[in-house]
Design a protein around this ligand. Structure first.
Ligand code: IMP
Length: 447
């Protein structure tokens, strides 16, 4: 039995969509367990590109059941639109199941998101504007509407009534529909999605009992996790492996592998500290070559270099057992590859493992750099050779980089992504790079 949790190890956009799509081809069940339409998984299949915002990647595979787990917040109107788009591309191949416990994103939440961002002024978080934070706020405030409510007018009506009363500052906003209209719209969309809305806990328990291949797909990543990310510059859910449990209802002992997905460099969308950010020409080059624009909002991503302090932190928080390194082709042609191996902290200490809790302090750390030899450009010839010969054809310096990452984290790199298409992911059998498991999980030095 394998239950694999795939988690982003950085600030999101690590190419999880790509890796998760690759893993989904062998999965019986894939489950999203947190976040909502703030995510954007870009997947290229032949000459078709599909961006999944709320649908789990398993929907692209005919043998797969794709589940939106209870930890998600769902925009039902956006979801019906997304289902239509994926169907039109002929890619809606799996079976879709939506947990009746998912919370619903309402127009209130988007308006509140924008309003709160306005209040923050120059310290705005740079949210995706999808109403994610406020939807989770109403969830913990026990005022939320759930998908189960959309099938029950007698329950939904009073809940909407309470929400309209609880948010008087939104009253009269031109984009807030009258309560009666929203009620009608929600019942209509609930009816449209009705066949998919079900209990999901026992579905997952049974899959585990049958030894099915189950993939739990994280969306926003470790450094955007509400507790362990760069507070307050993060999202409002748990993008760590612990979130995969509360967001699905699976118990801890059911998880067999935790796969951390990272880029060979680093990116961040929105505000917040980014110690290894490359400003100027280096950042522009990475952005250009890596096509670094947000899949959800189209915003240019901030770009920089791999940060091993944050990566080690992510490895330990999530209990990562394997790593997938994506977009190694983007660094092809760089004469050298900078990697931050430790920080000088503002108080004079050094850290190799744990970032400061305050975003203000993290913004002031000074990375301690190590410069690794760069590898050759990923020309069409090199790509063909890799397609033919597999990992044997990877450039020597790139193998060195990958084994360096393994050694520094204590976790084997088992997958490498070297391009946007489905085929451009390589599996690295254990031991192909030097064995990493036996090495100390972090180098000497304080943390
Ligand atoms: P929210 O999730 O829309 O509230 O946004 C909060 C922060 O998380 C912002 O900085 C967003 O840019 C970031 N964020 C949310 N979802 C993603 C994602 O899927 N990839 C990268 N950044 C994200």
């Amino acid at each position: 039995m394998t239950v694999t949790v795939a988690i982003g190890a950085q600030f999101g956009d690590e190419g999880k969509g790509h890796i998760v799509d690759h893993l989904s081809s062998e999965a019986d069940l894939t489950v999203r367990f947190q976040g909502g339409p703030n995510a954007g998984h870009t997947i290229r299949i032949g000459d078709r590109t599909v961006i999944l915002h709320q649908l789990p990647a398993g929907i692209l595979h005919s043998r797969c059941t794709a589940v939106c787990g209870p930890g998600m917040v769902i925009d039902p109107f956006g979801l019906t639109e997304e289902i239509r788009e994926v169907r039109e591309k002929g890619l809606f191949l799996g079976r879709l199941v939506l947990s009746e416990r998912c919370h619903v994103i309402l127009p209130h939440h988007r308006l509140q998101d924008a309003w709160e961002e306005g209040l923050r002024g120059k310290d705005a978080l740079g949210t995706t504007g999808r109403g994610i934070g406020p939807a989770y706020m109403d969830r913990v405030g026990r005022m939320g509407v759930r998908l189960a409510d959309l099938k029950r007018p007698e329950i939904l009506g009073p809940k909407l009534e309470l929400l309209y009363r609880a948010k008087p500052y939104l009253a009269g906003h031109p984009d807030l529909p009258p309560k009666e209209r929203l009620l009608t719209d929600l019942l209509r969309v609930g009816n449209e999605l009705s066949a998919h809305i079900q209990p999901t806990e026992s579905l997952l328990w049974q899959a585990v009992a049958r030894d099915d291949e189950v993939l739990l797909e994280g969306a926003q990543s470790t450094l955007l996790d509400i507790d362990f990310g760069t507070y307050p510059f993060l999202t409002s859910s748990h993008g760590t492996s612990a979130g995969a449990l509360t967001g699905t209802g699976l118990p801890p002992q059911s998880v067999s592998e935790v796969l951390g997905v990272l880029k060979a460099y680093a990116t961040r969308v929105g505000g917040g500290p980014f110690p290894t950010e490359a400003k100027g020409a280096d950042g522009d080059r990475l952005r250009e070559k890596g096509g670094e624009r947000g899949a959800t909002t189209g915003r240019p991503r901030r770009c920089g270099w791999l940060d091993l302090v944050l990566l080690r932190y992510a490895v330990h928080l999530n209990g990562m057992t394997q790593l997938a390194v994506t977009k190694v082709d983007v660094l092809g042609g760089e004469p050298q590859v900078p990697v931050a191996v430790a920080y000088h902290l503002p108080d004079g200490r050094e850290s190799t493992l744990e970032p400061p809790a305050l975003a203000e302090d993290l913004a002031l750390v000074e990375p301690i750099w190590r410069f690794l030899p760069g590898w050759e450009e990923f020309t069409p010839t090199l790509r063909e050779r890799i397609a033919r010969e597999g990992h044997y054809a990877l450039p020597r310096e790139l193998r060195h980089f990958l084994s360096f990452v393994s050694r520094e984290t204590g976790v084997p790199v088992t997958r490498v992504g070297y391009g946007p298409s489905r085929e451009e992911t390589l599996e690295l059998p254990l031991g192909v790079l030097e064995s990493a498991r036996s090495l100390a999980p972090w180098p000497g030095g304080s943390s």
